[in-house]
Design a protein around this ligand. Sequence first.
Ligand code: B12
Ligand code: SF4
Ligand code: SF4
Length: 351
Amino acid sequence: MNATELSLAVSTEAKRLGFLDCKIAPPHLSAEHDEKLRAWLAQGYEGEMTFFHKHGTARNHADYVLPQAQSVIMVALPYWTEGFDLTHSILADSHAAYVSRYAVGRDYHKVLRSRLKQLAQYLSTLAPEGIHRPVVDSAPVSEVSFAVQAGLGWRGKHTLLLQKNTGSFYFLGALLTTVKLEPTEAVNGHCGQCSRCIQACPTGAIVGPHMVDARRCISYLTIELPSIIPEEFRTAIGNRIYGCDDCQLVCPFNRFTPESSEADFQVRHNLTQMSLLDLLAWTADDFKERMAGSPIYRIGFHKWLSNILIALGNSAPSAAIAAAVAPFCQHELALVSEAAQWTWQRHQTPA
Ligand code: B12
Ligand code: SF4
Ligand code: SF4
């Protein structure tokens, strides 16, 4: 098979394996990408995600992760499982707990990786001399930029990959390979004059088109930042206790979001039906048992608790909430006690 036939065969097999789409990028992104990444880091937008400094612009060059890499096979797997009405009603209810749609089921890393391994096995049957490496946030690879380069979609102003017919609610994965495949063409963007995502961001994290200051993003504040959410963002966080979807919820292209039938992405433990007080009642053992196998497990019980406590500070004033958070005000960890004290204070004047 020549490089073009190989690309076609891989893409067909990827779709047979359940991926929404599959496209091919060359192993290096342009020098302009390196410059943009350096500029982003120079602003300090990465916050405490220090891994960015460890690898620098190497994440734009696939041979850093797989020596002799010739191609980057990019795939997308949708994760949206429930209607928009439910999502909006949770966000509108200050007593309800909002968990980002990508995290209500099982951890996507394992799902994508095992599927990418199957794709690698298939490629090996066509090109036995090749070496392949599946990557899903597991190695320094600029997944969105490679996906844009491959024409899997375009970069929305919120920085995520977007497709005209299927929106943006899907995960990306990469299969790096030493096999030379024919790259596919980048596609034109269709954001036009729209800037809904920029306007909708509760914390002003999209500081310009295609530029996110991670330090302001609710996803970073509730997941990546190990310490308590800084006071300036606590009110804007609302009832979002793990991640945020607002910039995608307002995007017109997400009207066409396909529902995922993946068993692993279906809602577990009624996470879309929980009140903040329901979740506050979980013990550390409950958390470990129920969140095992979920992406949420990684943040640990105390960060989870701290996020819930802060979200409760944004619930409509209630003496019941003040009573429920009071025991946490003396917690030995500042991550928890400071959050509880802030919230307790806000419930001292019930309506
Ligand atoms: C770090 C990270 C975050 C950080 C920072 C996000 C960010 N926008 O940078 C935080 C924690 C905030 C985050 C949040 C989220 N993330 Co995240 N994240 C990542 C991760 C690990 C790296 C992203 C990265 O490299 N950022 C650094 C900046 C500099 O990169 P960048 O924005 O792509 O910047 C480039 C562009 O600006 C580009 N560029 C812009 N303009 C131009 C113009 C020209 C001419 C050129 C050449 C280049 C260019 O150049 C820059 C440098 O390459 C990727 C997985 C991966 N390994 O890639 C997932 C990933 C991007 N995240 C993902 C998701 C789902 C999310 C959330 C939706 C989760 C949630 N619901 O809470 C939010 C969305 C927030 C948002 N609007 O971005 C998915 C996105 C899927 C998709 N459809 O695109 C990814 C791909 C994970 C995955 N495997 O599926 N994330
Ligand atoms: S995920 Fe939320 S906080 Fe982050 S950029 Fe999008 S709207 Fe803003
Ligand atoms: S909301 Fe508008 S600007 Fe933002 S990604 Fe969607 S189409 Fe582009």
